[in-house]
Design a protein around this ligand. Sequence first.
Ligand SMILES: *Cc1c(COP(=O)(O)O)cnc(C)c1O
Length: 393
Amino acid sequence: MTGGIYAALGVRRIINGYGTNTRLSGGLMAPEVMAAMAEASRACVEMHHLQAAASRAIAEATGAEAGIVTSGAAAALLLGAAACMARLDPGAMNRLPDTAGMPDEFIVIRSQRNMYDRALRAAGGRIVEVGIPDRYSGPGVRDASAGEVADAITDRTAGIYYLAGDAAEPPLPDIVRVARARGVPVLVDAAAQLPPASNLRRFIAEGADLVCFSGGKAIGGPQASGILAGRRDLVSSALAQMLDLDLPEAQFVAPAEFAPLNQMRFLPHHGIGRSGKAGKEEIVGLIVALRRFVAEDPAQRTARWTNCLVPLRDAVPGAVLVPDGAKPGLPLLELRFPDRAAAERADAALRARDPAVHLDASRIRRGVLAVNPTALDDADLPLLAAALKECCA
Ligand SMILES: *Cc1c(COP(=O)(O)O)cnc(C)c1O
């Protein structure tokens, strides 16, 4: 509950019961993570050596061959797309986002189009949509089929983008099968697919070539951090396109974690990912947060979150603890209103307070507000309970 720096800057602090949204500044970091970042800020290193350490930590947590820390999952998507297009060709790296002469199409299942797939286009990629997710006409029962995805693969295909999630169809292993048959990489956006912690390994185990996660969501790392994990050749290409390689060529020897970079014909200049660089503080913070996330017993994490919601439930008549439908192990506190207008009035009253209270409003159309515990500070619970009592009872 230390809002001192924000008060000094004239910025109103919020109580974040929405979750780790970017616009609400992500989540909170454990003191151990902050201490590691502060320590990292007091000494310098060569960035590819630090990314090699990150690769070892990410490989251990995910089962992938290699990994790097990026400035977020969106940056990981951009870099992953750049890697699928340029591979280990430094000339192609130098040309992106101009894709002349490279495969640059990313197949995206139409029902999986989302606000973050712009990262593929930011790298120079072009999106090719597949499937008709008929939800509204009545007779629609299908999403895209793996056969339709296979049919869209041509020699212009750079990769297949797959948005992981509960409702994702067809299942990832079916997509991997058709992609492998044609030698096309599959890039999985799993930015917000934690918990369950088992998802750190799941998509790699199912055959994804690249997977990205947010560092600033459930993992509890810096807000501006993310993970790109996967095949060593592709992760190495992504790293080359974020690093500053302005050094005499003979001086650069890629560590074993990124050994494929030693095969490049020459060193590329600043790549497409240079404008989203990750700093040493974020890399160290992410490594420490990832280790803590993996080490915490999932049942204990759920109990910790539940304990945080119980006093809030007891403060509001009719509030109910429910499991989050999409994230096993994450409890939510639901506040149910008679209709949308009543929920909107309560939401507005909560946001007008100081500190402002933001709740998960994703189901406000159905008259539901929810408290998500992921970004809550225990020290704020009495203040939050009082706010809910006043605005929602
Ligand atoms: C949050 C999110 C991202 C972006 O993650 P950042 O770490 O904020 O860059 C990308 N894709 C999905 C599906 C997300 O939920």
